[in-house]
Design a protein around this ligand. Structure first.
Ligand code: ATR
Length: 278
Protein backbone atom coordinates (compact mmCIF):
# COMPACT_ATOMS: atom_id res chain seq x y z
CA UNK A 1 0.00 0.00 0.00
CA UNK A 2 1.32 3.47 -0.91
CA UNK A 3 1.38 5.94 1.95
CA UNK A 4 1.69 9.71 1.73
CA UNK A 5 1.32 12.61 4.16
CA UNK A 6 1.02 16.32 4.59
CA UNK A 7 3.44 17.76 7.13
CA UNK A 8 3.37 21.20 8.73
CA UNK A 9 3.43 22.87 12.10
CA UNK A 10 0.63 23.23 13.07
CA UNK A 11 -1.19 20.89 10.68
CA UNK A 12 -4.73 20.53 12.04
CA UNK A 13 -6.07 23.21 9.66
CA UNK A 14 -4.90 21.40 6.50
CA UNK A 15 -7.59 20.33 4.04
CA UNK A 16 -5.16 18.19 2.03
CA UNK A 17 -6.23 14.93 3.78
CA UNK A 18 -9.85 15.56 2.73
CA UNK A 19 -8.77 16.09 -0.89
CA UNK A 20 -6.44 13.08 -1.19
CA UNK A 21 -8.70 10.70 0.75
CA UNK A 22 -11.60 11.72 -1.52
CA UNK A 23 -9.51 10.73 -4.55
CA UNK A 24 -8.26 7.48 -2.95
CA UNK A 25 -11.88 6.45 -2.40
CA UNK A 26 -13.04 7.67 -5.80
CA UNK A 27 -10.39 5.72 -7.71
CA UNK A 28 -10.64 2.66 -5.42
CA UNK A 29 -6.95 2.79 -4.49
CA UNK A 30 -5.31 1.01 -1.59
CA UNK A 31 -3.45 4.01 -0.20
CA UNK A 32 -3.26 6.29 2.81
CA UNK A 33 -2.76 10.03 3.28
CA UNK A 34 -2.25 11.37 6.78
CA UNK A 35 -1.59 14.74 8.44
CA UNK A 36 1.68 14.83 10.42
CA UNK A 37 2.50 17.58 12.90
CA UNK A 38 6.24 18.12 12.37
CA UNK A 39 8.28 20.85 14.07
CA UNK A 40 11.05 22.22 11.82
CA UNK A 41 13.80 20.32 13.65
CA UNK A 42 12.03 17.01 12.93
CA UNK A 43 11.66 17.39 9.16
CA UNK A 44 14.99 15.71 8.49
CA UNK A 45 13.87 12.57 10.37
CA UNK A 46 10.60 12.48 8.41
CA UNK A 47 12.45 12.79 5.12
CA UNK A 48 14.60 9.80 6.14
CA UNK A 49 11.39 7.77 6.45
CA UNK A 50 10.59 8.52 2.78
CA UNK A 51 14.12 7.52 1.81
CA UNK A 52 13.71 4.28 3.77
CA UNK A 53 10.55 3.44 1.83
CA UNK A 54 7.90 3.94 4.51
CA UNK A 55 6.21 6.67 2.45
CA UNK A 56 5.89 7.25 -1.31
CA UNK A 57 6.18 10.93 -0.49
CA UNK A 58 4.11 13.79 0.82
CA UNK A 59 3.12 17.41 0.88
CA UNK A 60 4.92 20.08 2.85
CA UNK A 61 3.23 23.17 4.18
CA UNK A 62 3.98 26.15 6.43
CA UNK A 63 6.55 26.58 7.97
CA UNK A 64 8.53 23.73 6.36
CA UNK A 65 8.58 24.57 2.63
CA UNK A 66 11.95 26.34 2.65
CA UNK A 67 13.54 23.70 4.89
CA UNK A 68 12.25 20.95 2.58
CA UNK A 69 13.99 22.75 -0.28
CA UNK A 70 17.34 22.02 1.37
CA UNK A 71 16.50 18.40 2.30
CA UNK A 72 15.94 16.95 -1.18
CA UNK A 73 18.46 15.55 -3.67
CA UNK A 74 16.85 17.11 -6.74
CA UNK A 75 14.23 19.76 -7.38
CA UNK A 76 11.93 20.48 -10.29
CA UNK A 77 12.23 23.80 -12.08
CA UNK A 78 9.28 25.40 -10.28
CA UNK A 79 10.70 24.57 -6.84
CA UNK A 80 14.08 25.96 -7.86
CA UNK A 81 12.59 29.19 -9.14
CA UNK A 82 10.11 29.66 -6.29
CA UNK A 83 12.65 28.68 -3.61
CA UNK A 84 10.26 26.37 -1.78
CA UNK A 85 9.20 22.71 -1.97
CA UNK A 86 5.59 21.63 -1.32
CA UNK A 87 5.69 18.09 -2.78
CA UNK A 88 8.14 15.25 -2.07
CA UNK A 89 8.47 11.95 -3.94
CA UNK A 90 10.96 9.18 -4.46
CA UNK A 91 12.38 8.05 -7.80
CA UNK A 92 14.65 5.08 -7.14
CA UNK A 93 17.11 6.30 -4.54
CA UNK A 94 16.59 9.96 -5.45
CA UNK A 95 14.40 12.13 -3.23
CA UNK A 96 12.71 14.79 -5.36
CA UNK A 97 11.18 18.09 -4.26
CA UNK A 98 8.69 19.91 -6.43
CA UNK A 99 6.50 22.94 -6.16
CA UNK A 100 2.97 22.58 -7.52
CA UNK A 101 1.60 25.96 -6.38
CA UNK A 102 2.36 27.76 -9.67
CA UNK A 103 0.82 24.83 -11.57
CA UNK A 104 -2.25 24.97 -9.29
CA UNK A 105 -2.66 28.70 -9.80
CA UNK A 106 -2.49 28.44 -13.60
CA UNK A 107 -4.57 25.25 -13.85
CA UNK A 108 -7.35 26.87 -11.81
CA UNK A 109 -7.50 29.82 -14.21
CA UNK A 110 -7.28 27.46 -17.22
CA UNK A 111 -10.35 25.67 -15.88
CA UNK A 112 -12.37 28.66 -14.66
CA UNK A 113 -11.39 31.44 -17.09
CA UNK A 114 -10.28 29.73 -20.32
CA UNK A 115 -8.15 32.02 -22.48
CA UNK A 116 -7.03 34.06 -19.46
CA UNK A 117 -3.40 34.01 -20.62
CA UNK A 118 -3.89 34.22 -24.38
CA UNK A 119 -1.78 37.02 -25.85
CA UNK A 120 -0.05 37.94 -22.60
CA UNK A 121 -0.74 41.47 -21.34
CA UNK A 122 -0.37 43.03 -17.91
CA UNK A 123 -1.10 41.22 -14.67
CA UNK A 124 -1.30 43.24 -11.46
CA UNK A 125 -0.11 41.26 -8.44
CA UNK A 126 -0.74 42.51 -4.90
CA UNK A 127 1.64 41.08 -2.31
CA UNK A 128 5.21 39.78 -2.26
CA UNK A 129 5.15 36.91 0.25
CA UNK A 130 5.63 33.20 -0.33
CA UNK A 131 2.43 32.77 -2.33
CA UNK A 132 3.37 35.65 -4.60
CA UNK A 133 6.51 33.82 -5.72
CA UNK A 134 4.45 30.92 -7.08
CA UNK A 135 2.02 33.29 -8.80
CA UNK A 136 4.87 35.27 -10.40
CA UNK A 137 6.47 32.08 -11.68
CA UNK A 138 3.20 31.03 -13.34
CA UNK A 139 2.56 34.48 -14.83
CA UNK A 140 6.05 34.93 -16.27
CA UNK A 141 5.86 31.43 -17.78
CA UNK A 142 2.53 32.27 -19.39
CA UNK A 143 4.00 35.41 -20.99
CA UNK A 144 2.57 38.18 -18.80
CA UNK A 145 4.22 41.42 -17.86
CA UNK A 146 3.65 41.83 -14.14
CA UNK A 147 3.05 45.00 -12.14
CA UNK A 148 3.92 44.00 -8.60
CA UNK A 149 3.03 46.04 -5.54
CA UNK A 150 3.54 45.33 -1.86
CA UNK A 151 3.18 47.24 1.39
CA UNK A 152 6.88 46.61 2.07
CA UNK A 153 8.45 47.73 -1.19
CA UNK A 154 11.85 46.06 -0.62
CA UNK A 155 10.19 42.65 -0.70
CA UNK A 156 8.66 43.45 -4.09
CA UNK A 157 12.03 44.73 -5.34
CA UNK A 158 13.63 41.47 -4.22
CA UNK A 159 11.10 39.43 -6.21
CA UNK A 160 11.48 41.66 -9.28
CA UNK A 161 15.26 41.15 -9.19
CA UNK A 162 14.70 37.40 -8.90
CA UNK A 163 12.09 37.03 -11.65
CA UNK A 164 13.69 39.41 -14.17
CA UNK A 165 12.64 42.26 -16.42
CA UNK A 166 9.01 41.18 -16.89
CA UNK A 167 8.24 42.09 -13.27
CA UNK A 168 7.96 45.82 -12.46
CA UNK A 169 7.44 47.29 -9.00
CA UNK A 170 4.97 50.07 -8.22
CA UNK A 171 4.72 51.70 -4.78
CA UNK A 172 1.84 50.36 -2.67
CA UNK A 173 0.34 53.86 -2.37
CA UNK A 174 -0.07 53.94 -6.16
CA UNK A 175 -1.74 50.54 -6.55
CA UNK A 176 -5.06 52.04 -7.56
CA UNK A 177 -3.53 53.48 -10.76
CA UNK A 178 -2.41 50.04 -11.92
CA UNK A 179 -5.92 48.74 -12.40
CA UNK A 180 -6.77 50.55 -15.65
CA UNK A 181 -4.18 48.45 -17.51
CA UNK A 182 -4.82 45.10 -15.82
CA UNK A 183 -5.87 42.07 -17.83
CA UNK A 184 -5.57 40.06 -14.63
CA UNK A 185 -5.72 41.20 -10.99
CA UNK A 186 -4.39 38.80 -8.35
CA UNK A 187 -4.45 39.25 -4.58
CA UNK A 188 -1.71 37.25 -2.85
CA UNK A 189 -1.80 39.26 0.40
CA UNK A 190 -3.64 38.06 3.48
CA UNK A 191 -6.00 41.05 3.23
CA UNK A 192 -9.62 39.93 2.93
CA UNK A 193 -9.05 36.74 4.89
CA UNK A 194 -11.63 36.06 7.62
CA UNK A 195 -10.62 38.16 10.63
CA UNK A 196 -8.32 40.51 8.66
CA UNK A 197 -8.97 43.91 7.15
CA UNK A 198 -10.04 44.15 3.49
CA UNK A 199 -8.12 45.41 0.50
CA UNK A 200 -9.00 49.01 -0.14
CA UNK A 201 -9.39 49.18 -3.94
CA UNK A 202 -11.92 50.72 -6.30
CA UNK A 203 -12.43 48.22 -9.13
CA UNK A 204 -14.39 50.61 -11.39
CA UNK A 205 -11.32 51.37 -13.54
CA UNK A 206 -10.55 47.73 -14.42
CA UNK A 207 -11.10 47.01 -18.13
CA UNK A 208 -14.21 44.94 -18.82
CA UNK A 209 -12.07 42.04 -20.12
CA UNK A 210 -10.19 41.72 -16.82
CA UNK A 211 -10.08 38.55 -14.72
CA UNK A 212 -9.98 38.97 -10.93
CA UNK A 213 -8.70 36.24 -8.62
CA UNK A 214 -7.67 35.87 -5.00
CA UNK A 215 -5.50 33.21 -3.45
CA UNK A 216 -7.40 33.68 -0.18
CA UNK A 217 -10.25 31.12 0.01
CA UNK A 218 -11.53 31.65 3.54
CA UNK A 219 -13.98 33.22 3.01
CA UNK A 220 -14.60 31.75 -0.42
CA UNK A 221 -15.97 35.07 -1.58
CA UNK A 222 -13.50 37.65 -0.32
CA UNK A 223 -14.51 41.33 -0.33
CA UNK A 224 -12.31 41.75 -3.45
CA UNK A 225 -14.16 39.00 -5.34
CA UNK A 226 -17.51 40.31 -4.14
CA UNK A 227 -16.69 43.78 -5.49
CA UNK A 228 -15.53 42.24 -8.78
CA UNK A 229 -18.78 40.25 -9.11
CA UNK A 230 -20.80 43.39 -8.45
CA UNK A 231 -19.46 44.76 -11.75
CA UNK A 232 -21.04 41.83 -13.64
CA UNK A 233 -18.77 42.24 -16.71
CA UNK A 234 -15.59 40.88 -15.03
CA UNK A 235 -14.55 37.23 -14.82
CA UNK A 236 -14.10 36.24 -11.19
CA UNK A 237 -12.21 33.15 -10.00
CA UNK A 238 -11.94 32.20 -6.33
CA UNK A 239 -8.83 30.78 -4.68
CA UNK A 240 -10.15 27.36 -3.69
CA UNK A 241 -9.41 25.93 -7.13
CA UNK A 242 -5.70 26.66 -6.69
CA UNK A 243 -5.67 24.47 -3.57
CA UNK A 244 -7.48 21.66 -5.39
CA UNK A 245 -5.36 21.78 -8.54
CA UNK A 246 -2.01 22.00 -6.71
CA UNK A 247 -2.82 18.61 -5.18
CA UNK A 248 -3.08 16.83 -8.56
CA UNK A 249 0.61 16.24 -9.45
CA UNK A 250 1.51 14.85 -6.00
CA UNK A 251 -1.38 12.39 -5.99
CA UNK A 252 -0.36 11.16 -9.43
CA UNK A 253 3.25 10.62 -8.35
CA UNK A 254 2.38 8.70 -5.16
CA UNK A 255 -0.63 6.70 -6.28
CA UNK A 256 -0.19 6.41 -10.06
CA UNK A 257 -3.51 7.93 -11.15
CA UNK A 258 -3.90 11.51 -12.36
CA UNK A 259 -6.96 12.67 -10.41
CA UNK A 260 -9.61 15.08 -11.59
CA UNK A 261 -10.77 18.26 -9.90
CA UNK A 262 -14.56 17.91 -10.00
CA UNK A 263 -17.59 19.78 -8.62
CA UNK A 264 -18.03 16.94 -6.06
CA UNK A 265 -14.53 17.48 -4.67
CA UNK A 266 -15.06 21.21 -4.57
CA UNK A 267 -18.39 20.79 -2.74
CA UNK A 268 -16.71 18.60 -0.12
CA UNK A 269 -14.12 21.26 0.66
CA UNK A 270 -16.65 24.11 0.54
CA UNK A 271 -18.73 22.23 3.14
CA UNK A 272 -15.69 21.87 5.35
CA UNK A 273 -14.86 25.59 5.07
CA UNK A 274 -18.47 26.50 5.90
CA UNK A 275 -18.40 24.17 8.91
CA UNK A 276 -15.29 25.92 10.26
CA UNK A 277 -16.48 29.43 9.32
CA UNK A 278 -20.30 29.41 9.35
P1 ATR B 1 2.27 34.09 2.21
O1 ATR B 1 3.41 33.13 2.28
O2 ATR B 1 0.93 33.45 2.44
O3 ATR B 1 2.27 34.94 0.96
P2 ATR B 1 3.48 36.16 3.87
O4 ATR B 1 4.83 35.82 3.36
O5 ATR B 1 3.30 36.44 5.31
O6 ATR B 1 2.43 35.03 3.50
O7 ATR B 1 2.94 37.41 3.02
C1 ATR B 1 1.78 38.05 3.34
C2 ATR B 1 1.53 39.15 2.31
O8 ATR B 1 0.41 39.93 2.75
C3 ATR B 1 2.69 40.15 2.20
O9 ATR B 1 2.72 40.64 0.88
C4 ATR B 1 2.29 41.23 3.19
O10 ATR B 1 2.90 42.47 2.97
P3 ATR B 1 4.31 42.83 3.68
O11 ATR B 1 5.36 42.18 2.84
O12 ATR B 1 4.37 44.30 3.66
O13 ATR B 1 4.24 42.25 5.09
C5 ATR B 1 0.82 41.29 2.91
N1 ATR B 1 0.08 41.91 4.02
C6 ATR B 1 -0.24 41.37 5.21
N2 ATR B 1 -0.92 42.26 5.99
C7 ATR B 1 -1.05 43.40 5.24
C8 ATR B 1 -1.65 44.70 5.45
N3 ATR B 1 -2.30 44.99 6.59
N4 ATR B 1 -1.57 45.61 4.45
C9 ATR B 1 -0.92 45.34 3.31
N5 ATR B 1 -0.33 44.14 3.03
C10 ATR B 1 -0.40 43.19 3.98
Amino acid sequence: MSKAFVCGYPISHSRSPLIHRFWLRKYGLDGAYDPLSVPPDELHALVSRIRAGEFAGGNVTIPLKEEAFTEVDRRDEAADTIGAVNTLWRDGVTLWGGNTDAYGFAANLDAEAPGWATGGGTAVVLGAGGASRAVLHALVERGFDVSLTNRTEERAEGLAAHFGPRVHVTPWEERQHLLQHAKLLVNTTSLGMTGKESLDLDLSTLPSYAVVTDIVYVPLETPLLKAAKARSDLQVVDGLGMLLHQAVPGFERWFGVRPEVTPELRALIVDDILKAHP
